[in-house]
Design a protein around this ligand. Structure first.
Ligand code: NDP
Length: 444
């Protein structure tokens, strides 16, 4: 039998890679982890975690406004430098925890970029290491369209690291990252214009949800401009001028492109060893996370599955359980809940109404819009939307969507029930908790 240096090499120390490496290490396997940057990947270093800390910072603006109606006299002064300093400290703390986790599991860290030499050998820095199994978990990175002056635009990595708040910002894109940062910067006092090429933000979301969310963003003070593309950015004496296809010239202090993400496959030498990718460069995997080369796997954003941290973690963990623990459990991709941390938040689990109508014959949706009690007495005008989509034939709940405060916290619990085959009758048998917003979902 061929002798390899390691049972497993993991390329990429983000959420999926670290989980796979440390679980394999804890099973007594000899594991190498290659990561040229800080451990933690997109989620911890330049994604979910720092973004959510900024969302928390921004959310105080609404709380301070609402607080007045409850008798609090607060003159809230915001200090961006304090937020950035504390956020960076927290990321460093988490980074150390990640190091501790892999050390404890006996994983050897190679702090260099890795590339394939052949199907079992990896060049990492000046060393060559070999393994029986290799997992690619290199994640993704922002992609920017090639327009004149694109070098003046920042991406989400840089948006998290701004030294000071601009007075105005133009955000281009209509997906998760665009609407999340639009909410953050708007609440922190920046005049935000959100420009999107399509007719309605959040393509792929339930239509009622996307419409409601877009109106909520407008009501919160964000200027939303749809159905136009940006064609050029020029530097001016005190900022930037952005030109759009429909002839607008928009002056702004900061241009932020949130136009999607691409997989990190550069320099891996995938062509050399023959790993298949799709049109967007994502690595094609089967239900076992295996590429077309059976002992090479991919998990997380570099592969062609949902780009969500908990998905990458689960994929990595289940894969290692199958490789080294005799498990046959596969990743399940149905009813994966997610939340856009916009203001208000958008939580979703299951199908949109359009998707449900495509897949089932008798589909009925139930929808409710109301002003949450928390804001009823205050100047905060934010409304909440709750929607369930049901298959009338089976009574099965096919989709739950919430737009409003704590939508993510609410949808997480309902996702458990949906995984167990939740029906509308079961919702109705459940007693609501009064007064909450979530109780609306059990009476819809
Ligand atoms: P999304 O796919 O959500 O949005 C990309 C946006 O950019 C879309 O509005 C798209 O328009 C637009 N776009 C793409 N290419 C161009 C172009 N060439 N010119 C103009 N506009 C363009 O990507 P994000 O980068 O926002 O997020 C990536 C993924 O990361 C998400 O899909 C999600 O899975 C994950 N994520 C999850 C978060 C969470 O769970 N809270 C937070 C952030 C990211 P169009 O709709 O027309 O294609």
């Amino acid at each position: 039998m061929t002798q390899y240096d390691y049972d497993l090499i993991v390329i990429g120390g983000g959420s999926g890679g670290v989980r796979a490496a440390r679980i394999a290490g804890s099973y007594g396997k000899k594991v190498a982890l290659c990561e040229s940057d800080k451990l933690g990947g997109t989620c911890v270093i330049r994604g979910c975690v720092p973004k959510k800390l900024m969302v928390y910072a921004a959310s105080y603006q609404k709380m301070f406004t609402a607080a007045k109606a409850f008798g609090w006299d607060i003159d809230g002064q915001f200090n961006f430098t304090t937020l950035q300093k504390n956020k960076d400290q927290e990321i460093n703390r988490l980074n150390k925890i990640y190091h501790g986790l892999i050390e404890k599991a006996g994983v050897t860290l190679y702090p260099n970029h890795a590339s394939f030499i052949d199907q079992h050998s990896i060049q990492v820095g000046s060393q060559t290491i070999t393994a029986q199994h290799i997992i690619i978990a290199t994640g993704g990175t922002p992609q920017m369209p090639d327009i004149a002056g694109i070098e003046y635009a920042i991406n989400s990595n840089q948006a998290l690291e701004l030294a000071e708040l601009p007075k105005s910002m133009l955000i281009y894109g209509g997906g998760y990252i665009a609407v999340e940062f639009a909410g953050i910067f708007n609440a922190l006092g920046v005049a935000v214009k959100l420009v999107y090429r399509g007719p309605q933000l959040l393509r792929g979301f339930d239509d009622d949800v996307a419409q409601f969310a877009q109106q909520s963003f407008v009501d919160s003070g964000i200027e939303v401009i749809t159905q136009t593309s940006l064609t050029a950015i020029a530097k001016t004496a005190d900022g930037y001028k952005v030109i759009s296809e429909d002839g607008r010239n928009i002056d702004t202090d900061c241009v932020f492109f949130a136009t999607g993400r691409q997989p990190n496959i550069q320099g891996l030498n995938l062509d050399k060893i023959g790993v298949n990718t799709d049109d967007s460069g994502r690595i094609r995997v089967d239900s076992q996370q295996a590429t077309n080369i059976s002992h090479i796997y991919a998990v997380g954003d570099v592969s062609n599955a949902d780009q969500l941290t908990p998905v990458a973690i689960k994929e990595g963990h289940l894969l290692v359980d199958r490789l080294f623990k005799g498990s046959d459990r596969l990743m399940e991709y149905d009813n994966i809940p997610s939340t856009v941390f916009s203001m208000p938040e958008i939580g979703r689990c299951g199908l949109t109404e359009a998707e449900a109508c495509e897949q089932y014959n008798q589909v009925k949706s139930y929808i409710s819009q109301f002003r949450a009690m928390k804001y009823a007495m205050s100047e905060v005008q934010e409304k909440t939307l709750m929607k369930i989509i049901v298959c009338e034939e089976s009574d099965r709940v096919l989709g739950i969507h919430v737009v409003g405060t704590d939508a993510g916290e609410i949808i997480q619990g309902f996702a458990v029930a949906m995984k167990q085959g939740l029906t509308r009758d079961q919702l109705h048998k459940t007693i609501g908790i009064h007064p909450t917003s979530a109780e609306e979902l059990v009476i819809l």
